[in-house]
Design a binder for this molecule. Structure first.
Ligand SMILES: [Zn+2]
Length: 588
């Protein structure tokens, strides 16, 4: 499907192989299936050890139920993403969420039984189920953070109207914001979406960049009290559940456990970023100020283009550039990426109510993923496309895994996507004039800053904010702490205007998924190291990279890297990533 502007829009009618379905009816059938799965409980409660064949059969049933659930939930959320203001879809989303919560409750007994099984009974079953080994082992590892079945059920149900509702409320409030383009000439003034507004932070005119940020934080500043209270509640909910009830050592330890990363690994990542990011990016910001012909970079200017970005690309051109970039690496890599658009699973148009930003949604192994973006034709959009298609390649390479081990843990989830961006950078560097190459290095460094330096300092703020909130800090105190965080991050290399103290309230990840963002820094530094290997090893690196991606989420990140002869993930490893970043900084 292609819109009037030549931008593709996905065809959700083709979501299910059987064509259009009655989703409410399908949800009912799903409910019946998982309620029926409840009968398995009787087999488990017998005193005999469970035969391996039964265990495998139950796992198959469970996987099948989850496949169906993933498909229905995926379908609902894609409908929601294409128009978040559609009330019918909003109520479908609510229905889906509650069916999913019920599902988890109904089948919970199985994982609780598995976690409680004595080692000598679990060992032969584990041996018999190599396809689910990692998931099964992980579950038993997480046992000490699991509550009783009744408690888990209460949490699942109360979350629906508790923290799940709060994050939805945050989305509803902030997605409805419109921004006034006071900084534009009178004949161009109109209300902008956040997506459109943020486009101006990459504009060549300094006053537009400043105007866009000032408007963004005017709006978030006004809403600070409301959004701040939502944040405080979510943060406290996190603390009560993860630390008090589930006995994680700290708020971030719970995320580390979910990511299957050692606390020391994450501490090492953040320690190195805290030391190196201000120095390395500070040096870059000084060079950038020089090139822009200004004494000191303002925070407004961080994403300023080196020269006015005049070149735009039709969507077809964008797809072609990304295809060539991927194909230079590996033809299978490129073919898998192309599959998304060929099967009408890519929405690039901009329309009212459409979710901002971009994502790649992979429902079940073997299914071609769905990609959403808001395409405006700038070079930046090509990198977004390469990023999301990289995700799709990752999923498709991991097609053979079980559903339970298909999705990578957060820290590895960005490996293929950021690698895809590196491939596009390389493609442009090889195919553009010498004069454009410096500008490309600058945009790579801009991205490196946005992904490594910025996200690491976000994480440092989150660590502080969670601690402060639990000690009763006010919303204003959080904003003050955020300003200090920016001060440490930028030192004397960047001038930060006071309204940036409101920035933290505009970061959805802080609300949706606490401590999510360090995974970006992790993933990006990891990719720089992989990139370095690719440059040194050439084509023989390709199968290694694909082997890493094909592992999906079937081992811990540390294990996946170890098997590829990478790591350990200590300070030295992360410093290697910074060396690659430094190599892109032009000499004075
Ligand atoms: Zn991504």
């Amino acid at each position: 499907m292609t819109s009037a502007h030549g931008l593709p829009h996905w065809n959700l009618d083709g979501f299910f192989p059987e064509g259009k379905i009655d989703i409410y009816q399908a949800l009912k059938v799903l409910e019946e299936r998982f309620v029926k799965f409840g009968q398995v409980r009787k087999s488990l409660e017998g005193h005999e050890p469970l035969p391996a064949a039964d265990f495998l059969k139950f796992l198959d049933q469970l996987e099948e139920i989850h496949r169906e659930a993933q498909l229905l939930a995926g379908y609902a959320s894609l409908n929601f993403a294409q128009d978040t203001s559609d009330q019918k879809v909003q109520s479908l989303m609510f229905k889906v969420d509650s069916v999913m919560a019920e599902l988890e409750n109904e089948v919970l007994f199985f994982s609780l039984w598995w976690k409680d099984l004595p080692d000598e009974q679990a060992a032969p079953l584990l041996e018999a189920a190599p396809r689910h080994r990692y998931m099964l082992t992980r579950e038993r590892d997480l046992k000490k953070h699991t509550l009783t079945e009744a408690e888990e059920k209460i949490i699942n149900l109360k979350d629906l109207t508790g923290c799940d509702f709060l994050t939805r409320l945050y989305d509803t409030i902030t997605n409805a914001y419109l921004y006034r383009a006071e900084f534009l000439p009178p004949d161009q003034k109109r209300d902008l979406t956040r997506e459109e507004l943020m486009n101006y932070v990459r504009h060549h005119r300094p006053e537009y960049r400043a105007g866009a940020y000032q408007e963004l934080y005017r709006v978030y500043g006004q809403a600070q009290a409301t959004l701040g209270q939502i944040y405080q509640s979510l943060t406290q909910d996190w603390y009560y559940e993860e630390v008090v009830l589930r006995h994680h050592a700290s708020p971030i330890a719970s995320r580390n456990k979910q990511n299957d990363l050692k606390d020391e690994t994450v501490e090492s990542l953040l320690r190195v970023c805290q030391q190196k990011a201000p120095e390395v990016f500070g040096r870059y910001f000084k060079v950038k100020a020089q090139r822009l012909g200004i004494p000191t970079l303002r925070r407004y200017d961080i994403y300023a283009p080196l020269k006015p970005a005049t070149k735009t690309y039709t969507f077809d051109q964008a797809l072609k550039e990304v295809d060539q970039a991927f194909r230079a690496f590996d033809s299978e890599f490129a073919d898998l990426a192309l599959r998304v658009s060929k099967s009408n699973r890519l929405s690039a148009l901009i329309s009212p109510g459409k979710q901002s930003g971009a994502f790649c949604s992979s429902t079940i192994p073997g299914e071609t993923p769905w990609v959403l973006m808001n395409y405006q034709g700038h070079q930046h959009d090509l990198f977004t496309l390469a990023h999301e298609l990289g995700h799709a390649v990752h999923s498709l390479l991991a097609s053979n895994l079980s559903l339970f081990e298909f999705h990578s843990a957060l820290p590895m989830a960005e490996t293929a996507s950021t690698f895809g961006e590196m491939l596009l950078t390389e493609h442009f560097r090889k195919n553009c004039d010498q004069s454009d190459i410096e500008s490309l290095s600058f945009s790579l460094l801009d991205d490196a800053y946005a992904t490594v330096g910025r996200q690491a300092f976000f994480s440092l703020f989150e660590l502080e904010a969670h601690e402060m909130t639990n000690q009763g800090a006010t919303v204003d105190e959080l904003s003050k702490a955020y300003s200090q965080n920016l001060q440490k991050q930028f030192g004397d290399s960047v001038l930060v205007a006071p309204e940036f103290c409101h920035e933290w309230a505009s970061i959805p990840h802080f609300f949706h998924t606490p401590f999510y963002v360090y995974a970006y820094a992790f993933g990006q530094l990891l990719v720089y190291s992989l990139w370095n290997l690719y440059q040194n090893e050439g084509p023989s690196f390709v199968p290694k990279m694909k082997a890493i991606l094909a592992k999906g989420g079937s081992a811990s990140p540390e294990e996946i890297l170890r098997q590829a002869n990478l790591g350990p993930l200590d300070d030295h490893f992360w410093l290697g990533g910074f060396k690659v970043i430094e190599s892109f900084i032009p000499k004075d």
